[in-house]
Unconditional design. Structure first.
Length: 75
């Protein structure tokens, strides 16, 4: 293990458990070993399925739509 990774893990150990889990999931995804998929909240299932259908049809947001979405977070 590299020194940088050891330093990062030491920093992560200081975080709350939910933050540690979020970082662990990101690390596993980046390493190509994400493990079991997360469960989808039933209340969000329809939106997820709609998004997957749109992706299959290659219906993606335009650059302008993405920019507008990010601007909403700046408020």
């Amino acid at each position: 293990m590299t020194r940088l990774l050891e330093k990062a893990l030491q920093a992560v150990r200081q975080l709350p458990a939910d933050s540690q889990d979020e970082i662990a999931r990101a690390m596993l995804a980046l390493s190509g070993n994400a493990g079991e998929p997360e469960e989808i909240d039933p209340g969000n299932l329809a939106a997820v399925l709609e998004g997957l259908a749109q992706a299959n049809l290659r219906q993606f947001a335009s650059d302008a739509e993405v920019e507008a979405a990010f601007r909403r977070f700046e408020r």
